[in-house]
Design a protein around this ligand. Structure first.
Ligand SMILES: [Zn+2]
Length: 298
């Protein structure tokens, strides 16, 4: 069911920040510009002259390992998820995000860099209502190997709650951890936005061998060796699961509206997160179609 419980919001003025891209090592300036009602979130590659903004929507996502990317008419933006989480967490619905590289700056691997920049402007309420999709019945998607899954179900109150359960087995240096957070701008700022990307030492070495992350070190994000984070300390004992909830929020936001319901993930990654909201979108469209026909008959 789609209804609305608040007005759309944008920024009072443009803001920007800068940093180094994790994948390409590019120096990146990222600008957040106010946008009109119903614009949504879109990313524009300013280094590719004349290319149009790419809407940050499910329809524009392209397959990637361990990250989310969007693409349209020759312009591709890699690693949108931490920017999307910052915007969704702060309830900024309409914004044009301009970057001069294939990816946003990596910052510290969390959403903190983007949140700090966005908070330099005020969030301003606009005229149009913000659509909200309320989960009407349970839905579930799982990986082919059944090792990861994500589901959603109705909640008895109007809210988005995300639960994540992380368990990589007893040999992993990352211990099992679970958390449920009811997402509001306040809880996002206090509990989620600071949580950094994490990766195993072996995975980081494999990425470097492929030419990625040449300027990224263990101080820039969480790289786990056998005894825990290398050259770094955790910001919370369960920082990893908090980051997974951040990723879920950023991926779910690609549906382009608010969500009300309980989302529950076990070891899921970006692809599965997107698959669930795609299924939710399709199920909703089908339900609306049925109710429209029923209305016509009545
Ligand atoms: Zn992430």
């Amino acid at each position: 069911m789609i209804t609305s419980y608040r007005k759309q919001r944008s920024l009072s003025r443009p803001v920007e920040t800068r940093g180094v891209g994790f994948l390409t090592g590019a120096d990146v300036v990222i600008k957040f510009l106010p946008a009109n009602d119903n614009h949504g979130i879109a990313f524009q590659r300013m280094d590719l002259a004349g290319t149009a903004p790419v809407p940050a929507r499910l329809e524009y996502t392209v397959p990637r390992e361990r990250r989310t990317a969007i693409s349209h008419q020759g312009a591709t933006i890699e690693m949108t998820e931490h920017v999307m989480a910052a915007l969704a967490g702060l309830q900024i619905d309409n914004c044009l995000v301009q970057i001069n590289a294939p990816e946003p700056p990596g910052g510290d691997g969390s959403s903190q860099l983007f949140v700090d920049s966005l908070l330099k402007a005020d969030a301003v309420e606009q005229s149009a209502p913000r659509p909200c999709l309320t989960v009407g019945r349970p839905l579930h998607v799982a990986a082919e190997d059944a090792l990861s899954e994500v589901s959603c179900r109705p909640l008895s109150y109007r809210s988005l709650a995300i639960g994540y359960h992380l368990d990589y087995g007893s040999r992993s240096p990352i211990r099992p951890q679970s958390l449920v957070v009811q997402i509001t701008p306040e809880t996002f700022l206090a509990e989620i936005c600071f949580a950094r990307t994490f990766i195993l030492e072996s995975e980081a070495a494999a990425l470097k061998a492929q030419g990625y992350g040449k300027r990224t070190t263990a101080k820039d994000l969480l790289i786990f060796g056998p005894k825990g984070p290398i050259d770094n300390t955790l910001r919370a004992s369960d920082e990893c699961v908090r980051h997974k909830i951040l990723d879920c929020l950023g991926d779910f936001a690609l549906i382009g509206c608010d969500l009300h319901g309980y989302f529950d993930a076990f070891r899921s990654g970006h692809r599965l997160n997107r698959d669930l909201v795609k299924k939710l979108q399709l199920t909703h469209a089908a339900t609306e179609g049925i109710s429209t026909r029923a209305g016509a008959v009545a």
